[in-house]
Write a protein that binds this ligand. Structure first.
Ligand code: GLN
Length: 196
């Protein structure tokens, strides 16, 4: 089977790191900024960065509705950190005008693990990923306060949910793209292949 085409939403955030991790996980990776580019990918990663800026730029670039439509239509999506925030059906501690795409029936609290200088790394046991825990890099990270019945918790840290999957949509509070360990990206690319 040919490798799936996986876009990385390139409005703001750590796009390059995701492109590299996806290529290592045998996907054809490319940046996506415009609706025409979104139409050409099998799946999408929403990177870490700043969700308020990403939300603003999504509106400005005319991407908000096209993104919502593709997610609703079942396109596989993986969001890290700010990307997790974008995939939350409900957001706490967001800005008043902040938009999310939705996709996972979960309530996410933005900046829940504290400020930039409270960033940390931790070993995370990730259900469905073999070979031992993954390194979790948390940078002003959100956590998931609660999930609906259709969503599956894949990882927790310190009693808080930090990885969730609902159908084709995956979200982590942390940044596997910054570690050089491509297992979470490979897990996502497997999800994409399974749906093609
Ligand atoms: N706190 C950021 C936000 O609200 C997320 C930080 C990150 O992606 N590392 O978007």
């Amino acid at each position: 089977m040919t490798n799936p085409v996986v876009g990385v939403l390139a409005l703001q955030g750590d796009v390059r790191e995701h492109l590299i991790a996806l290529a290592a996980a045998d996907a054809v990776a490319r940046p996506v900024r415009r609706p025409e580019e979104l139409a050409e990918v099998d799946a999408l990663v929403i990177p870490g960065g700043e969700s308020t800026t990403m939300s603003k730029l999504a509106v400005l670039f005319g991407m908000l509705e096209p993104l919502r439509e593709r997610v609703k239509a079942g396109m596989p999506v993986y969001g890290t950190c700010a990307g997790m925030i974008m995939l939350a059906d409900k957001l706490l501690d967001g800005r008043d005008d902040q938009e999310t795409l939705g996709g996972i029936d979960m309530i996410v609290r933005r900046n829940a693990f504290g400020r930039q200088n409270e960033s940390f790394e931790a070993k995370i046991d990730f259900a469905g990923i073999e070979g031992g825990p993954v390194e979790g890099v948390f940078i002003r990270a959100p956590w998931v306060e609660s999930v609906g019945a259709a969503a599956e918790v894949l990882a927790t840290y310190d009693g808080h949910t930090v990885a969730v999957r609902q159908g084709n949509v995956l979200a982590t509070s942390f940044h596997p793209e910054l570690t050089g360990d491509d297992r979470v990206h490979a897990y996502f690319v497997d999800m994409v292949r399974a749906g093609l």
